[in-house]
Design a protein around this ligand. Sequence first.
Ligand code: GDP
Ligand code: IMO
Ligand code: MG
Length: 429
Amino acid sequence: MDNVAVIGAQWGDEGKGKIVDLLTESADVIVRFQGGNNAGHTLVVNNEKFIFHLIPSGMLHKDKTCLIGPGVVIDPKVLLEEIDNLTKHGFFVRKNFKISGTAHVIMPYHREIDILCERKKGAKKIGTTGRGIGPAYEYKVGRRGIRVWDLIHPEQFRQKLDDVLSDVNDYVKAVFGHRGFDADNIYREYNSYADKIREFVVEGPLYLNGEISKNKKVLFEGAQGTMLDVDHGTYPFVTSSNTTAGGICTGSGISPTRITEIIGVSKAYTTRVGEGPFPTELFGDMGDRIRSMGAEYGATTGRPRRCGWLDLVALKYSAMVNGLTGIAITKADVLNGISRIKLATSYSMGTRTIDYVPSNIAEFEKCKPEYEELDGWETLDAAKGPDPLPQAVKRYIGFIESYTGVKVYILSVGADREKTIIFRDPFKA
Ligand code: GDP
Ligand code: IMO
Ligand code: MG
């Protein structure tokens, strides 16, 4: 049994898409298990760029199966646009794509409520992607959600829609002075989506466990990152799903005993989009330099990402809550030419020094990073394997390994699939 998970170890955008694309080579089935089209996973293959929001990043490999698991929230319009785009480029193989019938559907009122709530919060906003993710999960947990199974059965859909809309309309009228949503319009629009996705819908967990029992290799693709986990992240400045390894099981319907390796993806520095505490954030020239060298603008919303040094305290926390067996460090090339590189190894919090992430946000907001400094490197252009690597990079990797207690399996030195050094392949570990 060989089933590997790729999890964001920071605040998202760590380069999970690239790592998933790379590991897909050794996998049979690639599964998204949480989040929705708040995710933007960028793959660069032969200088061509693809951004995946909902479809697993394994889809560029035409002989692999991609499954959207039960824990994902699906905006069908976005999904169909993604399918169209991949079809246009010759990468969409219909028989290889599956959607779990128990995944929830993002409805127009979810998107609208997301935006209205953010507006109402004003300066206290979360900085969401505005894709309706939070409300879709709220409705799911509140047992008022619409699942893909409902969507693809018109009568079942109409019934659920009428039931939920009476509540939704009372709410949006009372709280936001909104004029409300028209059931006929939504029904018509979503029925047309249903007709186009019906062929992909399956019993997700049954399919996946069946494949595992046939010894097929599964790759689980995380979205967002550990520090955005609704339980273990910087709440309330988080997304609304479990982005950590625990979410794999609930979000795909497999047992924890089925996962053999959990790879946390971390940039060689840190970024964050949206609001919320970020101890190592850089505000001056160095932050700007990293943003411009790393092209740090959101793949989903285009927002500039906040940039800072690598936070090892947070990375070690991520290793703990995910049980990481390996780390993939990405974007090491972005630090090329920086003579001294900083890594946060503790926080000062008032009069105390701590080496853990406090779960009380009020305490975390007070944390100031304490840094170790290491020599930087000039270039990684020649790096093709572990050996031509500059000594400074080796020391950097060694430092991360000894601080976190987790081995670095992969080093990424460019956006392209080829620009990767694999020290240890999790499918062959
Ligand atoms: P994800 O959401 O975790 O998949 O990450 P994103 O795709 O949102 O952001 C990562 C960005 O960095 C993308 O534009 C990638 O193409 C790019 N990228 C990934 N790895 C590397 C790398 O090693 N070096 C550089 N320069 N860019 C990278
Ligand atoms: P990938 O998978 C980075 C952030 C938003 C906001 C918070 C809540 O590409 O790494 P939401 O719309 O989910 O309710 O927003 O979470 N966020 C991400 N940040 N990468 C992502 O996905 C993100 N998905 C959500 O910016 O701060
Ligand atoms: Mg992203």
